[in-house]
Design a protein around this ligand. Structure first.
Ligand code: ATP
Ligand code: MN
Length: 433
């Protein structure tokens, strides 16, 4: 018997196949049993009749939820069945029966978020969570594919760093042998500015760590970021890359993860609209929009989640906000030649209130200006010698951004909290399991 996955049973209509899976649910109706099996690729309803198949009936009757089992049966097209097929069970081999005395903790009913997070290692088996993890994998795949296909070279940045990019307050500290303190990276950017000067177009893609005490539905302490960096590129170039990359990711998920988007209940028509060009507004315009809508903000303020939601809710696709005040942005951002109080920077805000998914900028390429900024920010000149070297030897204008993977997945899936879109979330008050 061919061993098949549930997502491919359609190719085996009328044939007898074997599925390696788990019992997701069981409905008993007298002499008929209606099990639902899952195997990680989907779910399928089965049917077993006591009259026709007493062996399978006895093996399945009373079988507990999440018991592992190998099922063989005929694939019957059935318009009423979810997925369009039903499994006419012939044999069932129970691999592990979960005893009635110690049932699977997650029943098919509503549970509170704390309970589910405490049981994340089991919670991830539910169809909705499995669908989210598949969509996440597709987002990562699409991100890499797009950049690889457009000449960007993957150059990994280190996780251990000797000094802070932007101050130590949001860094996790570790003891590093005789070298003293090291920090877990919060961005690979500074390092890939070096690899960009070596290779032209590069990106890094890995976990980053932030010790900020944000307890919001958008913040994790460990998350994944994809950071492209491009030599000989200005703000305009990098904004265009951002909108093309994000629309590619969304359309790739729509094309390849339709079933999963349905499982999570996503309105796909909203995602289909996500294609370039994205609307753009300057920070100055954004302030005007916010003031008009009654927000108490003035020029120079940074935007929080509420402001971002007001701005993004005006559009059906992500909006790019550019030219933020230099004072609220990082030390390495290139000032606008006409108005040096503004940085050549941009954020991309996802629609439907999902907030910032990208932060990026053109970087300072002038040695003296960068040195001045390092001093102004009270950063260690010694620690940044190598970074200043990039401005001493063949410096060019260059730009890049960071795309937050979990923010992107949360938006694409329409989840209310970012904790659902990473296998094991790390948050202010959670490091188990
Ligand atoms: P925010 O203001 O929303 O906290 P940020 O401006 O500090 O974000 P950046 O340093 O610009 O974030 O990081 C680039 C991207 O990484 C963000 O656009 C966002 O998508 C993502 N990101 C930042 N912080 C977090 C976090 N704590 N958890 C998950 N994703 C994050
Ligand atoms: Mn940002």
């Amino acid at each position: 018997m061919p061993v098949v996955t549930i997502d491919s049973v359609g190719q085996f209509a009328g044939q007898t196949v074997t599925i390696n899976g788990w019992l997701y649910n069981l409905r008993e109706a007298g002499k008929l049993l209606f099990p639902i099996f899952r195997d990680g690729t989907g779910t399928i309803q089965g049917v077993v009749s006591a009259k026709e198949n007493s062996g399978a009936f006895e093996a399945l009757k009373g079988l507990t939820q999440e018991s592992s089992c190998i099922v063989t049966g005929r694939v019957n097209p059935d318009a009423r069945a979810p997925g369009g097929f039903e499994l006419h069970v012939e044999t069932i081999d129970v691999v592990q029966r979960i005893p009635d005395s110690d049932p699977y903790p997650i029943q098919l009913k509503e549970h509170g978020p704390d309970f589910l997070l405490e049981n994340r290692h089991l919670w991830m088996r539910t169809p909705r969570q499995a669908a989210i993890l598949r969509i996440r994998a597709q987002v990562v795949h699409a991100t890499r594919n797009y950049l690889d296909a457009h000449g960007y070279v993957l150059t990994d940045a280190p996780m251990f760093t000797p000094a802070a990019c932007e101050g130590t307050s949001t860094l996790f500290e570790v003891d590093y042998f005789d070298e003293g303190k090291a920090y877990l990276t919060q961005s690979g950017q500074l390092y890939i500015e070096a690899t960009a000067a070596s290779l032209g177009r590069v990106y890094c893609f890995g976990p980053v760590f932030r010790a900020e005490k944000s307890k919001t539905r958008r913040h994790l302490t460990e998350f994944w970021m994809c950071e492209p960096e491009v030599a000989y590129a200005g703000l305009e170039d990098i904004m265009v890359l951002g909108e093309h990359l994000v629309s590619h990711i969304v359309q790739d998920v729509v094309a390849h993860r339709a079933r999963e988007l349905e499982v999570v209940g996503r309105d796909v028509s909203k995602l289909a609209a996500v294609c370039p060009p994205f609307p753009r507004i300057s920070y100055d315009e954004a302030i005007a929009v916010l003031q008009k809508s009654g927000k108490d903000v003035k020029w120079g303020d940074d935007f929080g989640g509420d402001e971002e939601t007001v701005l993004s809710s005006q559009y059906d696709r992500p909006v790019i906000v550019h030219h933020y005040p230099a004072a609220i942005k990082a030390f390495y951002m290139q000032p606008d030649a006409e108005r040096p109080d503004r940085a050549l920077s941009f954020d991309m805000l996802a629609p439907e209130g999902y907030g910032e998914i990208i932060g990026g900028s053109q970087r300072i390429h002038d040695y003296n200006l960068l040195l001045e900024r390092i001093r102004q920010h009270g950063l260690s000149e010694k620690a940044f010698q190598w970074y200043l070297d990039l401005r001493r030897y063949g410096s060019v204008p260059h730009s890049g951004f960071g795309l937050g993977i979990e923010r992107t997945v949360a938006w694409i899936c329409g989840t209310t909290h970012i904790r659902e879109v990473i296998p094991f979330p790390r948050m202010l008050y959670r490091i188990y399991p």
